[in-house]
Design a protein around this ligand. Structure first.
Ligand SMILES: Nc1nc2c(ncn2[C@@H]2O[C@H](COP(=O)(O)OP(=O)(O)OP(=O)(O)O)[C@@H](O)[C@H]2O)c(=O)[nH]1
Ligand SMILES: [Mg+2]
Length: 445
């Protein structure tokens, strides 16, 4: 049951959407309804209806049962829908049965997100990743259908039948394509690694923006770097990682990374296949978790973002970089809520930095920059170096490889530098100039 990509040349599809829920605790709030309709809009579909429906006893055949299904079938006819989206996870059997019963294409949440990613992917890397996710999704569904058929045919021995062999063949074909895609993505990863190492050699510190889709990462990115990345009120506006120079008043130059947003119930295949892109964030010196504090679902979104980040770190077997939070969109909050947030901030325990900002008005930016510098500066040492006029090469090396904060001259014409060094830089300095290190360098402050 492979999904066909949606053809943009065709007139837009008319979609009816059901968001099923079982327990009262899972009943979707307004934010979820809006998010889902946003996803459908992002797909370029016309929305016929969208309802949250309580499914007390999900059935293995259709998920929805009895009256719910009848009503859905009526509405599909009544609104002349060409597609139904079930904002949940459907088994391949349920999907097929629903398609047969309703007479239109049926997709689930994963299918929906994959479609949007498919439409948005622009770069070669983005396309590879989406294609991989799609294949892994299809493969997982083939396996399940196959198991089902196998059970039906149980005990018939050699009469395996053409269905089985066909599915086996499909599986093998997908496996081959997955293998090719993975190796293409390995190349992408390698190139990125080389670029990253280059940045490291130049000691450009890397700061990555992460967060829920639509939280305002790209808007913040553009404003901080003067870039012009697409920022839009729609889910998954950004799929590709962009890196730009970020000028910091004290530290100097750093690199800022904008990344793909996360969403609740992000299919694991997507997390897996977007590793090449998100590795950039995992290897950053600092993560800025951009949160939309004006969203009712902000706390859940935060939880989901942290969950995906931890999942990724586990997959890559690395620790997450240090993180601060940018509490974005505070311009949308009424004054008293804003004050409450700021009070909450001051009550927070030390060690966790959060900065209220507005990527639109620029409010809070100086504090955000200060917080970034503070975090990047941790682990740096300041040292004072005495130079004589014979130290030309040493001086040149220091200027080239470290950050010189200050240069002064004594009455006798000796130069004194104040340097700020990372641990790595200090190690390189010690290896290169051991004699100078003991004779001419002392700790500042
Ligand atoms: N009022 C207000 N709107 C904002 C702010 N920051 C971003 N927005 C709006 O929120 C929407 C989403 O912004 P983006 O910057 O595209 O969000 P994103 O996090 O990059 O989203 P994805 O790329 O989809 O993950 C846009 O319509 C922005 O104009 C803010 O501080 N205040
Ligand atoms: Mg974006």
């Amino acid at each position: 049951m492979t999904q066909k990509p949606i053809d943009l040349e065709q007139p837009p599809e008319t979609a009816g959407i059901i968001i099923p829920w079982t327990q009262v605790a899972d009943r979707p709030g307004n934010e979820r309804l809006e998010e889902t309709s946003g996803l459908v809009e992002a797909l370029g579909c016309e929305l016929a209806f969208l309802r949250a429906e309580q499914v007390r006893k999900p059935t293995p055949g259709y998920l929805l049962s009895g009256g719910l299904l009848d009503r859905l079938a009526e509405d599909v006819k009544g609104f002349d829908c060409s597609m139904v989206i079930i904002d949940a996870s459907l088994s391949p059997i349920q999907q097929r049965n629903l398609e047969n019963r309703l007479g239109v294409k049926v997709i689930d949440r994963t299918g929906l997100i994959l479609e949007i990613f498919g439409l948005r992917a622009r770069t070669k890397e983005g396309r590879l990743q989406v294609e991989l996710a799609r294949l892994l999704y299809e493969r997982s569904r083939l396996v399940r259908t196959w198991t089902h058929l196998e059970r039906q045919r149980g005990g018939r021995g050699f009469l395996g039948g053409p269905g089985e062999t066909q599915l086996e063949a499909d599986k093998r074909m997908i496996d081959r394509a997955v293998g090719r895609l993975r190796s293409d993505l390995e190349d992408v990863k390698r190139t990125r690694r080389v670029q990253r190492e280059g940045r490291k050699r130049r000691d450009s510190r890397v700061v990555a923006l992460v967060g829920y889709t639509n939280a305002g990462k790209s808007t913040l990115f553009n404003r901080l770097t003067g870039a012009n990345v697409m920022a839009k009120d729609m889910p998954f506006a950004t799929l590709d990682t962009t890196i730009r120079k970020l000028d910091l008043p004290v530290i100097g130059e750093a690199s800022l990374v904008d990344t793909v947003g996360f969403i609740s119930d992000l299919p694991t295949h997507l997390v897996d296949s977007f590793r090449a892109t998100l590795e950039e964030a995992l290897e950053a010196d600092l993560l800025i978790h951009v949160r939309d504090r004006s969203s009712e679902a902000d706390e859940e979104q935060k939880r989901d973002v942290l969950h995906v980040l931890n999942q990724l770190a586990e997959l890559e077997n690395v620790d997450l970089p240090p993180m601060i939070e940018a509490w974005n969109k505070i311009d949308l909050l009424p004054e008293f809520v804003r004050e409450g947030l700021i009070a909450e901030l001051t009550e927070r325990r030390e060690g966790h930095i959060a900065v209220p900002v507005s990527a639109i008005t620029g409010e809070g930016f100086p504090d955000l920059i200060e917080a970034i510098e503070h975090m990047l500066d941790e682990g740096r040492a300041r040292v004072r170096v005495k130079l004589t006029n014979k130290d030309g090469a040493f001086r040149a090396w220091l200027y080239e490889n470290t950050q010189v904060e200050e240069e002064t001259y004594s009455e006798t014409g000796e130069a004194r530098l104040i340097l700020s060094l990372t641990r790595d830089e200090f190690g390189r300095l010690a290896a290169r100039f051991p004699a100078e290190l003991s004779a001419q360098i002392e700790k500042a402050d």
